[in-house]
Design a protein around this ligand. Structure first.
Ligand code: SF4
Length: 350
């Protein structure tokens, strides 16, 4: 038994869970290859231009799996993962979208999770998936679910401690748990806010983590926060939970905006994303109110790396200047401009 999983969209949130689940059931997983320009181009060619980049990338990954000879592909419909909390229409209708745009022989392993209108439980969802492989023994499904949670929880422990995404994923799949070494101090700390698929797909995010590391910036993401911290963030913004990713976007942003150790916020959103445009507007207002610098980076398949890097560098440079000037003001150094160069000030901040 074999199942293809596209390395896109919910892969970046839930793959450790699916790995634990399918491997326990004896189902071999075939992943699509990492995103390339070709993935984006082929995916984009099948959908209307207004479609957001993550969905175009998802379609490209489906095509990649079909090219590899895998025609049984997992495409869940995640309608609502908590009562009265909804995913965007594209994620909800993903199996229908794929069926309509991919005109090739494909068997979609589809199941619906809807905790709002249909009050589905997780076992209903998992049983629906397993049944498509002829597995109906509930005890077997329950055991696979336990294994899935084990791998997923290990992954979460690692990302929460600050282990980089790729390393945490690799370790979780190898059944290991490692904890991050956070002893290195950085002059600048930023909160990076985006959906997992816009952050951890290196082609989509243009390796933003590496770029910020080169600029000597420590990055904090939603994965390092607990549900309670994100919930407090949401409450402090007096924001109501509606979209499935409000915790990771609005809640995490609000938390970092109020964190005095965080010097600035960077958000990445896909051009044309409805939910993000609403969430980002509220985040912008809240950051203005709290006097926290914020940079919004909008991406699509035409985004050029040069412009992306320039904006990132300019923002980080501004954070350095702001921090340096506040420190220099505090220690009241006369003639500071003559006495302190950028490098010295950077060391001063450290
Ligand atoms: S939430 Fe936004 S970026 Fe994500 S799939 Fe929906 S429209 Fe696209």
């Amino acid at each position: 038994m074999q199942i293809g999983i596209p390395r896109a969209l919910s892969y970046y949130n839930f793959f450790p869970f699916w790995y634990g689940f399918f491997s326990d059931l004896g189902i071999e997983i075939v992943l699509s290859d990492a995103t390339t320009k070709h993935t984006m181009t082929t995916g984009s060619s099948l959908v209307v231009p207004e479609t957001c980049l993550p969905v175009k990338v998802y379609v490209g990954h489906i095509l990649n799996l079909l090219d590899k000879g895998v025609d049984k592909i997992f495409v869940p419909s995640l309608q609502s993962i908590m009562p009265k909390i909804y995913n965007c229409s594209k994620i909800r209708g993903l199996p229908d979208l794929i069926r309509n745009v991919v005109k090739r022989k494909i068997t979609i392993i589809e199941a619906t999770l809807d905790k709002s209108e249909k009050n589905h439980g997780l076992y209903d969802f998992l049983s629906e998936i397993a049944a498509q492989f002829g597995i109906t023994d509930f005890e077997r499904i329950k055991k696979a679910s336990k294994n899935a949670w084990r791998v997923y929880n290990n992954f979460q422990i690692m990302t929460r401690s600050g282990v980089p995404y790729k390393k945490a994923l690799k370790s979780a799949l190898e059944n290991k748990v490692i904890i991050a070494d956070n002893s290195k101090a950085y002059p600048i700390n930023i909160g990076l806010i985006a959906h997992g698929y816009n952050l951890y797909d290196e082609r989509v995010s243009m390796k933003i983590f590496d770029k910020l590391e080169k600029l000597d910036v420590k990055v904090y993401t939603a994965e390092q926060l607990t549900q309670e911290q994100m919930n407090e963030g949401l409450n402090s913004m007096k924001s109501r939970l509606y979209w499935a990713n409000e915790f990771e976007i609005t809640g995490a942003a609000a938390h970092y905006i109020q964190d005095r150790n965080i010097d600035g916020i960077i958000t990445i959103n896909a051009f044309g994303c409805g939910p993000d445009s609403l969430m980002l507007e509220r985040i912008s207002r809240f950051s203005r109110k709290n006097n926290k610098p914020i940079l919004h980076l909008s991406i699509d398949e035409h985004t050029g790396e040069a412009g992306f890097v320039t904006r990132l560098e300019a923002f980080v440079d501004m954070l350095y200047r702001k921090k340096r000037s506040s420190i220099l003001n505090k220690i009241k150094i006369k003639d500071r401009k003559e006495k302190y160069t950028d490098i010295q000030c950077k060391n001063l901040i450290q």
